[in-house]
Design a protein around this ligand. Sequence first.
Ligand SMILES: [Zn+2]
Ligand SMILES: [Zn+2]
Length: 439
Amino acid sequence: MAKHEEKSKRQDFNCCAVMEESAMRARERRAKRKQKPMPWIVLKLAVGMTIGIVAYTFYVYIGRLCVPMIRKDQGALGGRATGIGFLVVFCVLGLIMLWAYEKVVLTSPGLARDFVEKTPEPLVNNFVPAWWDSQRDLTGMPYQYTGQSEQRHSDSTAAEPQTSNGNYANGDVEAGMTDAIPAAAQAHVATYGAPAPQINVSPRKGPQNTRRVPETPVLRPENRYCYKEGFVKPFRAHHCAACGTCVLRYDHHCPWIGQCVGARNYKFFVIFVEWAVLFCSWTFATLVADQAKSGHVDPEKIVIIVLSAFFIFFTSSLLVSHTRLIMLNTTTVESIRASSVRDRDNRVLARMYPWWAYGDKRRTRKQWDQEWGRIDHEGNLWWLGSSRANWESVMGAHVWQWFLPIGQSPDDGVSYKPNPRHDSEGRWRPRREWPAELQ
Ligand SMILES: [Zn+2]
Ligand SMILES: [Zn+2]
């Protein structure tokens, strides 16, 4: 107690210190809370809410729009036939949507722990993510290949031979590349008290002004290790903090379905979103027509109009973005990698040319695409060669599979083959190093 008083007396001199300390305590509390997975009831709360909203929509739509038409009430939007037609369309859309919802909620995305054995923490951690060394890159110096030999390796635990005879002197900005890298680096610091020494960054000779691609060997086991669960994650799996476990082909944690969207329920998620767009659009359009015609405001119908307008906006943007992601065979998490390469391109181009030299920038970008391939396609570790192949690998080969929540996704979440335009550790290679049949 006395200690505490003394401490607070000291801090009276500086109210900023008090604020800083309480902010730090709050941060610690938040971090502690974050480590635990969400309790089951919180995870599933939004599922109950979603079902409640849909049930209320059925009650208002059928009871206050369709039934008055079928009863031929005065002021109803249409006659009996229209009423029955509206009822049938509404019920068909609603029931298929609920069917798809049931599939996406009850189908597990696929948990990594069911597919891999626990293994001890990797001892060999001879890779330092280059963002660790990225301070020099932030000085605004242009990227330069120096070809200098950088012998910074000192740790004898490294089993692989040193090949760091041609590093990029400026380091690599890798922030946000994948969740595995910071975790691996942090774990190394925690274990050994210092960042891992950097070796085996692939030497690359080439022109100075070329696209600089991430050098992180993302497929190496030590970069795929989940320190919370103690195993090497399968390709494309990531740890979900809310669920507290690694999810196969992790896309995102979706509170509306109370679990993650991953390899095995992704297809149902997309089908659910498709029907949700149709259901909300139908409900919105017919209720607006009704309110416009009747002239008297029904508050319950207004509530549904507002809700459906919100969900049209929400679900259609989800549909557009996920259709794009599937056609590129990438996930919400993995697409960060592509955007960081694009950002880096833009930074380099901004240093090479004045801001108005659009033509030069376009030509340079084209030349880089010649040397490397396109960022979202050849540069994507999971690209299968065409949008159609990517789409079918998730949604199935038949058109009915794209719209009906039947069967299961062809994607089992564990058998991914990396793009052969990358090396065995997942680094994007220039065109001249691709296999002959892809040249
Ligand atoms: Zn995990
Ligand atoms: Zn999750």
